[in-house]
Design a protein around this ligand. Structure first.
Ligand SMILES: [Zn+2]
Length: 218
């Protein structure tokens, strides 16, 4: 069993545009609370109302602790890799992994499911670690394309194989509730490499196993 070094993995993953703030999480919450108070005041909301009073603090806590913790290296899931002693050499496929994120253009939810396959070489991964990796990258302001790539690249580097496939199906609140207001459309993004790109059998097995886009239940 070997422990994965998050920094080493994240270096090989398409970066989310980030700058070092030097702030602790508590300092971030204090600052966001003040800034969100300003936004609500500007909108003309009465912050002395007992329903609204705590909203700036609630939003600050939500941003830092609940929906954007994937911006922190320290929050990368603890992953131990197991030797593939049993020489399992077929696809491991996990479908319908909850993928709840936020769009970086509007800061409103992206609600989706991710489907993953890999063919183990020397390493295998506990199945729940796939869910944790998806969740980690989802907990950043995202665009769906980058989210799919980050999950794929992390898995390629952790599992030390190119035989990895990732598909994300999601609906975007910013498309449903504003702008075009399309309530029925959804978006699929994919990254297939190694055997899943080159070998029609592996590709077909994966694509036939995952739900069809319109069957994904949110
Ligand atoms: Zn958006």
């Amino acid at each position: 069993m070997t422990m994965i070094d998050p920094k080493a993995i994240l270096k090989k993953v398409t970066p989310t545009p980030q700058v070092e703030t030097g702030l602790t999480n508590d300092e971030k919450k204090v600052k966001i609370t003040a800034l969100f108070t300003e936004i609500m005041n500007t909108l003309g909301l009465d912050l002395t109302d007992d329903s609204l009073r705590e909203t700036p603090h609630r939003v600050a806590k939500m941003y830092v602790d609940e929906i954007f913790y994937g911006l922190e290296v320290e929050k990368f899931p603890k992953i131990t890799i197991v030797e593939n002693k049993f020489d399992y050499d077929h696809a491991v496929i996990e479908v319908n992994i909850v993928t709840n994120s936020h769009c970086e253009h509007h800061f409103v939810p992206i609600i989706g499911k991710t489907h993953i396959a890999y063919i183990p070489k020397n390493k295998v991964l506990g199945l729940s670690k796939l869910n944790r990796i998806v969740d980690y990258f989802a907990k950043r302001p995202q665009i769906q394309e980058r989210l799919t790539l980050q999950i794929h690249q992390a898995l390629v580097n952790i599992l030390e194989t190119d035989d990895v496939a990732v598909v994300t199906d999601a609906m975007h609140a910013c498309v449903k509730t504003r702008g075009i207001k399309d309530v029925t459309s959804m978006t699929r993004t994919s990254k297939l490499s190694g055997a899943f790109k080159q070998d029609t059998c592996h590709r077909a097995e994966f694509l036939n196993t995952i739900p069809r886009a319109q069957e994904v239940i949110y």
